[in-house]
Design a protein around this ligand. Structure first.
Ligand code: ATP
Ligand code: MG
Length: 447
């Protein structure tokens, strides 16, 4: 009896078809020329083989907003095996969601098969944890079900390059126009299925200047703790997207406002409450945002080094107070902070190494005598460490004169360099002598 009842409820949901609104080119104005040639070739090949193929997700949203898409994703009714067979240079990837990477030249396009809906059978075939988080979802379905499985209405738009039409199942075009971010379906259930959607909501709202619709916004604070169950590698990926979005300052401010920052960068809270720490983090974010928006490369390691610097400083102070000497204490502090972060936010090893190098070079930048500055200039991380020092100067942590000294020293000719070294030694003779004692100075720096 109960089974029958549920069967009816679920099948009711399953067959309640949502008709897409087809938006013509003359209304939305997104021409196929704005699609990358790799993505165009991929949809064309699929369509020539009688499969449905659309550009979907972030690219359509960005094109409608007049922004340059970062990448192009394709949704199709072809299975991953079908896609794999059609493209010589392709491979099936993913466990949670199986999809295919199609390569043309240096370009890679992600092709995913339409996901199944939330009918009883589809739900039963998905693997979830005890909080409702979906661990695996390789149930395939039709285009309408695929649209419904997406997170926000503005991300559920399908663009057909052949006809230049947009298929809009959930009112995403209107929401974009109204600058509104709205979850598809029941927000509580959808956030439970995947708590990362809360971070995505903040990122989209902050970086596109959208308002999170009331129903979508309401449960966020109460569900924030669910982020603790998300694997650190996924949190890291999402944090990286957020920090490199070009709107990191807005995103971090909004994360705090929504109470979502606790699980991400432990103690970010504490840092942002210390005037010097907050100033430093905000300067670092602004710096990154300016670079991203100017199309310049940014280093994630530099960014994480900045976000965590005041934690390192705090730990360093505590360790020194316990009697450990300066540089070894710094190294202990660096390890401690990196370990805590590694647990919460899987900062990949390559970033971790660069991050520590940037930190470790900071005391060496304060030593401006003898051959040391010359050696430092040769260091592969000098530029990053110097940029980092400039941030410290700008935030008020280090005398601006130190940054200015390095700015002059690195571009100066030999005579000017000698002068710079002499004048520095003359102004601080006692300190320099003390640092040259055995066990201190350059040797200890390299421990
Ligand atoms: P970005 O510009 O950051 O790439 P995006 O929306 O394209 O934003 P992707 O992670 O590339 O984000 O995902 C592509 C599409 O897949 C999204 O637009 C959305 O339709 C769907 N999607 C991604 N993540 C989720 C999720 N957690 N839950 C539901 N749908 C998702
Ligand atoms: Mg994308």
């Amino acid at each position: 009896m109960i089974k029958k009842f549920f069967g009816r409820v679920f099948s009711g949901r399953m067959f309640k078809a949502v008709q897409p609104k087809i938006v013509a080119f003359k209304t939305h104005g997104v021409a196929r020329e704005r699609i990358s040639s790799c993505a165009l070739k991929t949809t064309q090949t699929l369509q020539q083989h009688h499969f449905a193929a659309f550009i979907v997700g972030g690219a359509v949203r960005d094109l409608l907003l007049g922004r340059e898409p970062k990448d192009f994703d394709i949704a199709t009714n072809a299975t991953p095996e079908d896609v794999r067979r059609l493209f010589r240079r392709s491979r099936i990837i993913g466990r949670r969601f199986r999809l295919v990477h199609v390569m043309c030249g240096a370009d890679t396009i992600e092709v995913s098969t339409f996901r199944g809906g939330d009918g009883a059978e589809d739900v039963a075939a998905r693997v979830s944890d005890e909080h409702g988080r979906i661990l695996r979802d390789n149930v395939f379905g039709n285009q309408e079900q695929d649209a419904t499985r997406r997170d926000f209405s503005i991300n559920a738009l399908f663009y057909d390059p052949a006809t230049q039409e947009i298929w809009d199942y959930h009112g995403g075009v209107a929401d974009l126009k109204k600058r509104r971010l709205r979850m598809i379906g029941d927000p509580v259930q959808r956030f439970r299925e995947d708590p990362v959607r809360m971070l995505r909501a903040v990122r989209f709202a902050a970086s596109y200047g959208l308002e999170i619709e009331a129903g979508t916004h309401k449960p966020i604070r109460a569900l924030a703790d669910l982020l603790q169950n998300v694997p650190p590698s996924r949190l890291f990926d999402e944090m990286l997207k957020l920090l490199l979005s070009g709107y990191a300052s807005e995103c971090v401010t909004k994360l705090r406002k929504e109470g979502l920052h606790h699980g991400l960068l432990p103690l970010l809270d504490v840092i942002l409450e210390q005037p010097l720490g907050k100033r430093f983090v905000m300067l670092a974010l602004k710096n990154t945002d300016d670079r991203v928006r100017a199309g310049k490369p940014v280093s994630p390691a530099f960014l994480f080094a900045s976000l965590l610097w005041h934690e390192v400083l705090a730990a360093w102070k505590i360790i020194e107070a316990k009697g450990v000497r300066g540089i070894p204490a710094l190294y202990q502090a660096m390890e401690q902070v990196s370990e805590v972060q590694a647990e919460k936010l899987a900062i990949p090893r390559r970033f971790g190494t660069d991050m520590k190098e940037i930190w470790a070079l900071q005391p060496r930048l304060l030593q401006r005598s003898g051959r040391r500055p010359y050696r430092l200039l040769e260091h592969p991380r000098f530029r990053a460490a110097y940029d980092f020092l400039l941030l410290r100067c700008e935030s008020g942590e280090v005398e601006p004169a130190v940054g200015e000294w390095w700015t002059r020293f690195q571009d100066a000719d030999e005579t000017v360099r000698e002068n710079l070294l002499t004048s520095d030694v003359e102004t601080k003779p006692r300190r320099k002598r003390r640092r040259r004692k055995p066990g201190g100075g350059a040797k200890a720096e390299n421990e």
